[in-house]
Ligand binder design. Structure first.
Ligand code: XIL
Length: 484
């Protein structure tokens, strides 16, 4: 997504870093004041969302629909965040309170608010052992399996095209040293319930990234982390459609920030999935841990963004721990300044092609059969003449036997774009079946994709994304990117 207020010109990174370091301890208001007095030099972003966007990331929060009418709450939400997750409104008990009767009122409210404020939405959560309506809790076997499939289909279809990423399955692994699946009514329908949920979600909304989401998976040495890693490795090897892994990261003295957190993120990313921090909160808002989490995400090319689990401490599900970035009155806390400074001094490394990090020695992942589908590949950007206006396009391809989803990032060159067209060349026999955030011309051979009304303007150096689904083999790179 495009940065709301991208600077026109930026000083060299070393200079920016130095200035950020000087200002890091200053109050947020002082930073803003100084920025305003330096109109001719590019400034560090002053909100979490804008700063994350400058790093090609998002910064999100959990949102409760009933709080949108609270002025302090919505003022902070609209100013700081560019991704939202409904805190409870998309869960099974909320969306299908009785079998076959779907209720989307409060979730729609959040989605509408997000769309009208230029924010994206993480859908949460389609299949989970918790917050199930009573009628689901009393089902088992085939009846429960079919109810799950219908639920995933209905909800993902209702929100088709509006969801950036879905938590398709939430919290399916047990805590402790077993590395086993958590026992639940869904698990008792058969071990394949997770992959069935993912395949069902892909069929319903092929444009959404599909995530597995869990907690206590931050520490690379934990059996639970290793068990989830092995599941993702297995899914990738068998072509089960999974695009991302969510790390809830509810951190506290019992589940502290682990020094190998970055290893965890990069190891999962090396399997060919994106990683996202999905429910971050930290007991007493430890600034060092907050800063470390941000820095680790920025260090991993496939870490898409960070979501905190609420806005003010008083909004938190763990309010007594004061774990968020704003106090009960909506004032920025020290942890907010630490997060913003870490975002502003971050760097986005080029996409990694490194070999997967090996599993921790004590609980090494078992060897699995060679993948039948290639891991998503990010093609090198199509180059435009140096210093020129124009744009570049990069493709991230999720290919499975017989089909693919391509995500294309369009990045403006040295001048802002007011419109763009990307062309790709499809091998014969392949065809585009569905496009989002762009208008396609043609469906086979050489296919052109032109911006839609809301993503044609891209500031210099900034980028936007569109995507398409198809049958056959997807493109590994773009043919051309043209500014209009
Ligand atoms: C929590 C909400 O924050 C609470 O309001 C609700 O009462 C219980 O659920 N893991 C998840 C989230 O995936 O959905 C949970 O959210 C927190 C733990």
């Amino acid at each position: 997504m495009k940065t709301a207020s991208a600077p026109d010109r930026r000083p060299p990174r070393s200079w920016r870093n130095r200035r950020t370091a000087v200002l890091a301890g200053a109050a947020g208001t002082l930073v803003a004041g100084l920025v305003l007095t330096m109109p001719n030099t590019a400034s560090a972003a002053t909100t979490l969302g804008a700063s994350a966007a400058e790093q090609g990331r998002y910064f999100g929060t959990a949102v409760a629909a009933y709080k949108l009418s609270d002025n302090t709450y919505s003022t902070i939400l609209n100013r700081e965040f560019n991704m939202v997750t409904p805190e409870n409104e998309m869960k099974w008990d909320a969306t299908e309170p009785s079998q076959g009767q779907f209720s989307y009122g409060s979730a729609d409210q959040i989605v509408n608010h997000a769309q009208s404020h230029g924010m994206r939405v993480r859908g949460h959560a389609l299949a989970w052992h918790s917050q199930q309506p009573g009628w689901v809790q009393s089902l088992s076997g085939t009846a429960l399996r079919n109810a799950m499939i219908n639920h995933v289909t209905q909800v993902a279809t209702h929100y088709k095209g509006k969801i950036y990423a879905w938590d398709v399955v939430n919290e399916a692994f047990a805590d402790g040293s077993s590395g086993a699946r958590r026992d639940s009514n869904l698990q008792r329908t058969g071990n394949d319930w997770i992959e069935v949920a993912f395949r069902t979600a892909r069929a319903a909304d092929p444009g959404a990234k599909l995530c597995y989401n869990d907690y206590n998976t931050d520490d690379w040495n934990q059996a639970k982390t290793q068990a989830v890693y092995r599941m993702v490795q297995d899914f990738k090897s068998r072509g089960v459609p999974i695009d991302c892994v969510g790390f809830q990261s509810h951190l506290n003295s019992g589940s502290p920030y682990p020094s190998n957190y970055r290893t965890t993120l990069s190891s999962f990313a090396a399997l060919g999935v994106d990683v996202q921090i999905t429910e971050l909160d930290i007991e007493q808002a430890n600034s060092t841990w907050y800063r470390n989490v941000v820095t680790d995400c920025l260090a991993v090319a496939r870490c898409n963004g960070i979501t905190v689990w609420g806005i003010r401490d008083s909004d938190s599900w763990r309010a007594s721990q004061n774990p968020l970035l704003f106090d009960g009155n909506g004032n920025k806390k020290a942890a907010y300044d630490a997060v913003l400074a870490a975002l502003n001094s971050g760097s986005t490394p080029p996409p990694t092609t490194a070999a997967p990090t090996t599993a921790a020695p004590t609980t090494a992942a078992p060897t699995t059969a060679a993948p039948t589908t290639a891991a998503p590949t990010t093609a090198p950007p199509t180059t435009t003449p140096p210093g020129n206006a124009g744009c570049t396009g990069t493709v991230t391809l999720n290919q499975w036997p017989g089909g693919f989803v391509a995500t294309v990032r369009v990045t403006a060159g040295s001048s802002a774009l007011s419109g763009w067209t990307v062309t790709v060349s499809l091998p014969s026999g392949s065809a585009v079946t569905n496009t989002w955030n762009a208008q396609a011309s043609g469906s086979s051979g050489s296919v052109g994709f032109t911006n839609v009304s809301y993503n044609g303007s891209v500031a210099a150096g900034q980028s936007t994304e569109f995507g398409f689904q198809g049958t056959g083999t997807g493109p590994g790179s773009v043919q051309s990117c043209t500014a209009r």
